[in-house]
Design a protein around this ligand. Structure first.
Ligand SMILES: [Zn+2]
Length: 452
């Protein structure tokens, strides 16, 4: 049982709420109750967000790529360093980094993660004895932390648009369609050992890393679960795909694949107005990663047109250069204000921007990860976050202003508790396995840095 002084239910704000959770789901909600012995007592209860896009290993190189080199730094020079870094990661490193990243996500207020997982093989490209070794490591990190995992093995077959061969730095990612399908089966086996809310989807990395024929084959073999793809992150990518396929990436995908609400299009940064409206109409989720998109100089999403067209969106921490729920949401809105020289952009008509951004990301994120969550209601997964409304950043605010305070004025330290499908992973602002996981991460970093 959870007792909250106030809770943002699907039906609106309620006071003195008691909530039953059984087998990961909310089974009963009652307002105007008194707390009882044994209740987990919190201040303000909200639906917890899904972090819909992460490459956990990239967290370990945060801060290593912010030095200006001679010549112009770009996304592509960042990627070169990332490739050099990946060559040294062992399965043990990958598991320890993922566990630490998932802990940071939960402490920031996320209940679940979409891990877009593309290192599959040994350095040099030979498969491990178990093709799904590294998927199993990600699943093990989810088991350690209790986070709700949607594991997304990545299909990466070519080094660039036009079926270019893989580059040296991409050898650990590469699979043919047949081997990819075997890998997905291995990943499903690993995730079967996790709680029932965890699942497997697929992630064709991008149009530049596959071909029209391969993509059709993979989609034809897909037996259910979310489908994620990077799309239109960089102008060069749009130009390369246009030259090769005769259409811009989003335009091409919408014409040539059956893009449904099971899809999540990551970034979708560089779209025309028509692409923006057509993507919204498809029901797919836009997977926005504002902190990473700012860090990599990708550019801002076309928020106003997309929201007017009823488009779904969620947020992800992508490169994990910084894991912060509040920073991610405020960067999303601020990127739009800087783009449009306007205030209060990510809301249609009148209303609280904090509520529009938070609730939009809660629902879109859950949709993208195939989780029945994003709202506090009976029958939903107990993906819940509690914040302390007596924190100085929030203390002057009424319930209807709490989400504006959270998004624009607070730091993640206002988060006191997080439940991932009922698993109470964060208590009093601290992950329950923090010491063990942080020690594991420190040891992995020492080992990794001595190998570089
Ligand atoms: Zn990404």
């Amino acid at each position: 049982m959870i007792f909250a002084k106030q809770a943002m239910l699907d039906t609106g704000w309620a006071q003195n709420v008691r909530l039953n959770v059984e087998a990961g789901e909310i089974t009963h909600i009652a307002a105007d109750q008194s707390p009882q012995a044994g209740d987990a007592r919190v201040d303000t209860l909200l639906p917890a967000l899904a972090n819909l896009h992460s490459h956990s290993f990239q967290r370990a190189m945060a801060g290593m790529t912010e030095y200006r080199m001679a010549g112009k730094d770009s996304f592509w020079t960042w990627r070169d360093l990332m490739y050099r870094f990946t060559a040294h990661l062992t399965p043990e490193h990958i598991e320890a980094i993922a566990a630490f990243v998932f802990l940071e996500m939960q402490e920031a207020g996320y209940a679940s993660v979409g891990e877009f997982h593309y290192i599959h093989h040994q350095p040099g490209g030979a498969p491990y004895d178990d093709l799904g070794e590294l998927s199993a490591r990600i699943a093990a990190a989810a088991a350690t932390t209790g986070i709700g995992l949607t594991h997304l093995p990545v299909l990466y077959t070519y080094g660039g648009a036009g079926q270019a061969p893989l580059q040296q730095g991409q050898a650990r990612f590469g699979n043919s369609v047949d081997r990819f399908n075997d890998l997905v089966a291995r990943a499903r086996g690993a995730v079967d050992n996790l709680p029932a809310d965890c699942r497997v989807g697929i992630a064709p990395h991008s149009l530049r890393a596959t071909s029209p024929e391969d993509l059709a084959q993979v989609l034809g073999a897909h037996t259910g679960g979310p489908i994620h793809i990077h799309i239109a992150e960089q102008p060069k990518e749009v130009a390369d795909i246009s030259d090769w396929l005769g259409a811009r990436p989003v335009e091409w995908l919408l014409k040539n694949a059956d893009v449904t609400p099971d899809w999540c299009l990551i970034h979708a940064t560089h779209m025309t107005e028509a692409e923006t409206r057509d993507m919204a109409a498809s029901g797919a989720v836009a997977g926005l990663c504002p902190v990473t998109e700012a860090n990599l100089g990708d550019g801002p999403f076309n928020g106003p047109t997309y929201l007017e067209a009823g488009g779904a969106f969620g947020v992800g921490s992508d490169s994990n250069v910084l894991i912060s729920l509040t920073e991610e949401l405020r960067t999303l809105e601020y990127s739009q204000r800087l783009r449009d020289l306007a205030r209060n952009v990510m809301v249609v008509g009148e209303g609280s921007v904090g509520a529009a951004v938070y609730n939009g990301a809660a629902r879109g994120g859950a949709q993208a990860l195939g989780r029945k969550s994003g709202r506090i209601a009976v029958g939903q997964l107990a993906d819940l976050v509690a914040v302390d409304s007596s924190d100085p950043a929030l203390i002057a605010l009424q319930p209807h202003q709490i989400l504006d305070g959270l998004v624009f004025a607070a730091k993640d330290k206002v988060v006191t508790d997080v439940w991932s499908a009922g698993r109470h992973a964060v208590v009093d602002g601290r992950h329950v396995q923090r010491d063990q996981i942080v020690n594991g991460y420190r040891a992995a970093m020492q080992s990794l840095m001595s190998s570089l």
